[in-house]
Design a protein around this ligand. Structure first.
Ligand code: C2O
Length: 546
């Protein structure tokens, strides 16, 4: 294994999209940011220098960060932000993970433009569990605003309303030729007839789950969230923000140009969303005419309707681990966590301009009715390690405050979550089960739930209220998929299991960023084990202080 050194300079860079140039926050002037390629077992040392006018942190999404929680990145959870003019060196080792992950800013809405792929190849001399593809291409799905994304969320936070939806989706930073002024801004992926390519699809969009397809081509799924899966074939993928899916695609169609396209899976009833389509072009190198430089129109794919929950669920339930895996069978901690939106009453005397949510309220969101609040000037991990009181409390409830019909009519008292910086404490090595239960408070919605510091097994999912009497029969304890982001079905539930063998403070949240802004998050605090190998390392000397 080797050590790779990188510099990430966070800076404002002019980027032109949809006819307009914006000063965009980037890494090293690149949008999307640099692709990191490593081998399983390598160490990464990344010096992040902040030359922008915002606080920033970088999160290595899906990297388990064993004993190195200090390098995980979410601001005010594992570190204070890197201030303008400051720097911080992230140092961590990739341990037993292979496939596609990514990195992104974890500070306000900066990740709208500050993101890139993190590709983990097998160790030197080891191979994929499938024939080596001729080419590999990262496909980063993103979202673009005709405005500064930080201003978009600040405005929404002031008014309490939902933020403006994006103006375009992008593939590798390019909207594609269906948008205005974008015919040149289209990603082209070249293939040879007969050859097989690996597409590493990453949903880096801020607030939107997306369907993805390639016209006339079958996609063979071989991995997700840097774990291999039992291969299966599909024509459409659905990824929530945070999720990755590796697919093989073979150039077995007549040589031509074919669109790859992504469009919203919008599960929340009545909520506004960006209903546009981003495209890239899969181009056979021997396409007649293309050889002579003549443009020919790509073949257009069919994509599911925006509200096609059946297709989304059929896809997410197709995943299996490639062989029998070690799922914890006995459980030490059994949590039941409701996931959903909420509303806050407008405080008496507040101006109506600051409460523009439904019926003069403000939007909120919660887990078990606690709306997560980041500590304003300390990180939870630092407070824990230094024993500083008053920054957080350890009373995150293991079950919801009241039992109700989560997917039906909801009692009004539950519309108003309670704000708090609450963690749930876990002993080192605890075997944990979490039932994630979607709710229909305000509206039901599919939520991509991401856990930092761990992969977990998704042992079952379904629609409606989780029923402990009957639904346990559906648990797959043999070959469930291993992921870091679970797609929690709209008005439904998912059950995940993991062993808490990585000490630190680990955020679990909905990866639709507007939901984190509204508080759809909680944290686990995993205590040290008995010896050094089961304990958190010391903090790096340059860890930013608040
Ligand atoms: Cu990819 Cu907490 O995030």
């Amino acid at each position: 294994a080797k050590t790779q050194y990188h510099d990430f300079v966070i800076q404002a860079t002019p980027v032109k999209r949809l006819c307009k140039t914006h000063n965009t926050i980037t890494v090293n002037g690149q949008f999307p940011g640099p692709t990191l390629e490593v081998n399983n077992g390598d160490t990464l040392v990344i010096n992040v220098v902040n030359r922008a006018r915002y606080n920033v942190t970088i999160h290595w999404h899906g990297v388990k960060q064993i004993r190195t929680a200090w390098a995980d990145g979410p601001e005010f959870i594992t570190q204070c932000p890197i201030r303008p003019g400051g720097s911080y060196t992230y140092r961590f080792t990739i341990q037993e993970q292979e496939g596609t992950l990514w990195w992104h800013a974890h500070s306000s809405w900066l990740r709208a433009t500050v993101y890139g792929a993190l590709i983990i190849h097998p160790k030197e001399g080891e191979f994929y569990p499938f024939p080596k593809p001729r080419r590999e291409t990262p496909i980063l799905l993103g979202e673009w605003w005709d405005a500064n994304p930080i201003d978009v969320i600040r405005q929404a936070t002031r008014t309490g309303a939902a933020p403006n939806v994006s103006d375009a989706y992008t593939i590798n930073g390019q909207p594609g030729d269906l948008y205005r002024c974008s015919s040149k801004d289209t990603t082209i992926v070249l293939v040879d007839s007969g050859e097989t390519s690996l597409l590493r699809v990453i949903n880096a969009a801020l607030n939107q789950q997306l369907f993805f397809t390639v016209a006339n081509h079958k996609l063979t799924v071989v991995g997700a969230d840097a774990s291999y899966v039992q291969p299966f074939t599909t024509s459409v993928l659905m990824l929530g923000p945070g999720q990755t899916t590796d697919v093989l695609i073979t150039g077995n169609q007549p040589p031509a140009r074919y669109y790859m396209a992504a469009r919203a899976y919008a599960s929340a009833q009545g909520a506004p969303f960006d209903n546009t389509t981003t495209t890239a072009i899969l181009e056979y190198k021997n396409t007649p005419c293309a050889v002579q430089g003549i443009k020919i129109n790509p073949v257009f794919p069919s994509l599911p309707q925006f509200n096609d929950t059946a297709t989304a669920a059929a896809f997410t339930t197709s995943f299996r681990s490639p062989s029998k895996v070690e799922v914890p069978t006995e459980i030490d901690e059994n949590l039941f966590i409701t996931v959903g939106l909420g509303l806050k009453n407008c405080p008496r005397g507040a101006s109506s301009s600051s409460c523009q949510g439904p019926n003069g309220t403000r939007f909120a969101a919660s887990m078990n009715n606690v709306s997560f609040v980041l500590p304003p000037n300390f990180s939870i991990l630092q407070a824990h390690q230094q024993g500083i009181p008053g920054i957080f409390s350890t009373d995150f409830p293991a079950v919801p405050p009241v039992k109700f019909d989560y997917t039906g009519n909801v009692i009004q008292s539950l519309w108003q979550p309670v704000p708090g910086t609450k963690v749930y404490k876990l002993k080192y090595g605890a075997k944990v089960q979490v039932v994630l239960q979607g709710t229909s408070i305000v509206t039901g919605e599919n939520h991509p739930i991401h856990l930092h510091g761990y992969d977990f097994y998704i042992i079952a999912e379904g629609f409606g209220n989780f029923n402990p009497q009957t639904d346990t029969a559906k648990f797959n304890l043999v070959d469930p998929p291993r992921r870091n982001t679970a797609s929690l079905p709209v008005n439904g539930w998912s059950v995940i299991r993991f062993v808490a063998d990585n000490p630190g403070v680990w955020l679990m949240h909905c990866h639709l960023d507007v939901h984190i802004t509204w508080g759809l998050a909680m944290s686990f605090l995993v205590e040290n084990g008995v010896n050094e190998l089961e304990s958190l390392e010391d903090p790096p000397v340059d860890l930013p202080v608040c």
